[in-house]
Design a protein around this ligand. Structure first.
Ligand code: NDP
Length: 306
């Protein structure tokens, strides 16, 4: 079994930043990244990354990946399926094709898109129901689409969709948007966007593709496409199986050193319990985790004897 100082599970902004930083610190680092760049690669524009006024999500994801590779980080596009405690000193990370020994492990496993669990949802996923405006927006040139959600992602995706669609209707369950004021201002001045407040979907309608929605009040609306931007759930199943402590939202509980309840196990980015989740804060948490993993590798009596 190949031995590593730090094995990182997840290749989003947190994981790739940790890979770059850990490798620069001299740690033998391996990252499992199913989708290098992670969630940020599905964002149209990132305009709050300090030092870069505006960059596309895919370009930022690629820059993080290339930076990590340029300093010698090893990245495999594989999914880690299980992490076990090997003995008093080491962990074992298992993938579909192998097993790896790690002095320290970082969970940077991010999130999965939330779903509403309504009729039609499973049936029409990828047949008019999408979770990524950047990926699928161009299929809706001159069409009417709706976007469900009232957070920052929903507002940014609505703005992006107006570059393609003729009309974008936002479906917001409360009477308020929870997005950055700068994005709300842009939305208010965009005549292609209509916001329907205090409105919730009850069913997705269609035949072979989406052709409409039914709301909870019984009204129906014809639509060509639906985008969900209703937030995310932390992806922490393999961490939980290992015995990592999580909060009531299944987010991994970390301290300011990105440490979990298990010695040598760290978490960073959207999968942890930080209250404020941004690509840049995930990146900083990844760097923090790599730094303290470096200390664990150097200071743990276990590794000094071996
Ligand atoms: P949020 O959790 O912020 O917003 C989710 C939205 O979906 C809310 O309006 C919420 O409504 C609504 N919603 C949730 N569940 C349902 C439901 N069952 N039915 C109807 N509506 C629902 O998610 P975002 O993806 O917008 O943002 C997640 C995090 O990512 C935030 O911290 C955000 O700041 C961050 N972000 C960072 C970016 C960056 O780094 N540049 C870019 C975009 C986002 P309600 O308000 O009623 O709860």
């Amino acid at each position: 079994m190949q031995e590593y100082d730090l094995i990182i599970i997840g290749g989003g902004s947190a994981g790739l930043s940790a890979a770059m930083y850990g490798t620069r610190l001299g740690l033998k680092t391996l990252t499992f990244a199913e989708m290098p760049g992670g969630l940020i690669t599905t964002t149209h524009l990132v305009e709050n990354w300090p030092g870069i006024k505006s960059i596309s999500g895919p370009d930022l994801g690629m820059a993080l990946y290339e930076h990590a590779i340029s300093v010698g980080a090893e990245i495999k596009t594989e999914k880690a399926t299980k992490v076990e405690k090997l003995d008093d000193c080491f962990y074992k990370v298992i993938t579909g094709s192998g097993e790896y020994k790690a002095k320290t492990v970082l969970f940077a496993t991010g999130t999965v898109h939330k779903r509403l669990g309504i009729p039609g949802e499973k049936e029409f996923e990828n047949k008019g129901l999408s979770f990524c405006a950047l990926c699928d927006g161009s299929f809706y040139k001159g069409k009417h689409v709706i976007i469900v959600g009232g957070g920052d992602s929903a507002v940014k995706e609505a703005l992006f969709l107006t570059e393609h669609a003729s009309k974008v209707t936002m479906i917001v369950r409360k009477d308020v948007l929870r997005a950055e004021p700068i994005n709300i201002k842009l939305l208010e001045s965009n005549s292609k966007i209509e916001v329907k407040y205090q409105t919730e979907l009850m069913e997705i309608l269609g035949t072979d593709r989406v052709n409409g929605v039914r709301f909870k009040n019984g009204d129906e609306m014809p639509v060509d496409g639906i985008f969900y931007a209703i937030g995310h759930n932390a992806q922490t199943d393999i961490a939980k199986e290992l015995g990592v402590a999580v909060n009531e939202k299944s987010e991994i509980i970390v301290n300011r050193k990105a440490e979990t309840n298990l010695h040598g196990v760290y978490a960073a980015g959207d999968c942890d319990d930080a209250g404020f989740k941004q690509a840049i804060t995930g990146s900083a948490e990844g760097v923090t985790a790599a730094y303290y993993a470096y200390h664990t590798c150097n200071e743990n009596a276990c590794f000094n004897q071996k």
